[in-house]
Design a protein around this ligand. Structure first.
Ligand SMILES: [Fe+2]
Length: 408
């Protein structure tokens, strides 16, 4: 036969939880909303166990318990009190009233069920084995004196102890759960970090690939520039190597003047291409020994504009077209094709102009032998500040004087 449990609880939600917990484990349950109703139900149904709240209207849990334990017929029914155990007074009052067990709120349903099960397994005489003893409790200045069954004191200590163990276990489980959550969190952080590291590595790889690509594109550009220069030089054997040497000198001047690597790389390309417009000049004029007439010289002069026309369609990272058309312009406006002057001439073209003149005079031409580097330098030094940029001339002069640079 199912064991019958009487519950006295004024909170409907609490009563519902208790009812579901106990019926779920196969117990029969009668509910009462307060001590008075509880007493009525207990008298009527004679349950195997009473579980009662403390704070209730009409008749509280202490009074309910006391009345049951003073009843000759009912006192054998074990009485469990649900208490907050917030003060020692509650405990003393519970013991005075005759409660057998205490369950502290909030309770775990498994603890409640195990307590109920163990209480129901025991034989209850309601008198204990040794009979009631007189107990004095002196706590916090209050003196309590009451008669209590030693068995009930033991029960009380056991139930309190059980509660404490349970609370400790809960604390332990909470700590375990917290630890598990922390570990999870750490693992997630590690995972995220790994992911980020992989992403960074991928980006570095991609950036390196772009850099490699850029290097390879520069190499291609460099090769194309040299091929173009060679094409011109093949038609004009007397200026063979002219562009290459102008490129080298321009580069040396740019570096000595403190320009960036990028700027200096551009100067080299401009040096290689500045005379590309000579493709429009007939080979016989280019290789003609002796002095050119005005007509022939005008054809030669057209090479600056022609070079610009060829190069303007190519997207260089440097102003190659502008430098090409300006490399025969002079600071005082005496140059060609447009006779521009001063700052209108870009720095690259001013460097090219000096390198071009020095190289041309210092090497053999179809119409004369080499004039030598000293005569070449004298030309630019004498016209420094008028035709040529004085800073460029100064640096060029130093490069040769210190032998930091010589033509191959
Ligand atoms: Fe030229």
């Amino acid at each position: 036969m199912d064991k019958l449990i009487c519950i006295a609880e004024d909170s409907r939600s609490q009563a519902k939880i208790l009812h579901e917990t106990l019926t779920g484990r196969g117990y029969a349950v009668v509910l009462a909303e307060n001590g008075l109703e509880g007493l009525y139900k207990v008298n009527e149904a004679k349950p195997d166990l009473i579980i009662s709240d403390v704070e209730m209207p009409q008749m509280d849990g202490y009074e309910f318990c006391r009345t049951v334990k003073n009843d000759r017929e009912l006192k054998r029914i074990p009485f469990i009190m649900l208490t907050l155990l917030s003060s020692i007074k509650d405990v003393v009052k519970g013991l005075e009233a005759g409660a057998d067990y205490f369950i502290t709120k909030p309770y775990d349903s498994e603890v409640l069920l195990s307590t109920v099960e163990s209480v129901l397994k025991r034989e209850y005489s309601g008198n204990g084995t040794a009979g009631p003893v007189s107990v004095h409790v002196d706590y916090n200045g209050d003196m309590h004196r009451f008669e209590v069954d030693p068995q009930r004191i033991m029960n009380f200590f056991c139930s309190t102890y059980e509660n404490l163990i349970n609370q400790n276990q809960n604390l332990f489980f909470t700590k375990q759960e917290l630890k598990r959550l922390n570990n999870n969190l750490e693992e997630k952080v590690r995972e995220k970090t790994r992911f980020l590291e992989e992403e960074i590595a991928e980006r570095v790889k991609a950036e390196n690939a772009i850099k490699d690509n850029l290097v390879s594109m520069r190499k291609t550009l460099d090769g194309t520039v040299r091929a173009l220069a060679t094409t011109i030089e093949m038609r004009d054997p007397y200026t063979a190597g002219h562009q290459r040497r102008v490129a080298q000198l321009s580069r040396a001047i740019g570096r000595k003047m403190g320009f960036s690597q990028e700027f200096v790389d551009g100067l080299e390309v401009m040096g290689f291409l500045h005379d590309i417009g000579k493709i429009i000049v007939p080979a016989e004029i280019l290789s003609k020994p002796g002095v050119l007439n005005e007509f022939e010289f005008n054809i030669i002069k057209a090479h600056a504009q022609a070079g610009y026309n060829i190069l303007r369609g190519i997207e260089f990272p440097w102003p190659v077209g502008a430098a090409t058309i300006q490399h025969h312009e002079r600071l005082d406006g005496s140059g060609y094709p447009h006779g521009i002057s001063g700052d209108t001439i870009i720095m690259e073209a001013r460097i090219l102009a000096v390198a071009d003149v020095v190289e041309a005079m210092a090497t053999h031409r179809p119409y004369r032998p080499s004039l030598g580097i000293e005569i070449a330098l004298k030309e630019v030094i004498e016209n420094s500040g008028t035709r040529y940029d004085p800073n460029v001339v100064e640096v060029c002069k130093t490069l040769f004087e210190t032998k930091e640079f010589t033509f191959e």
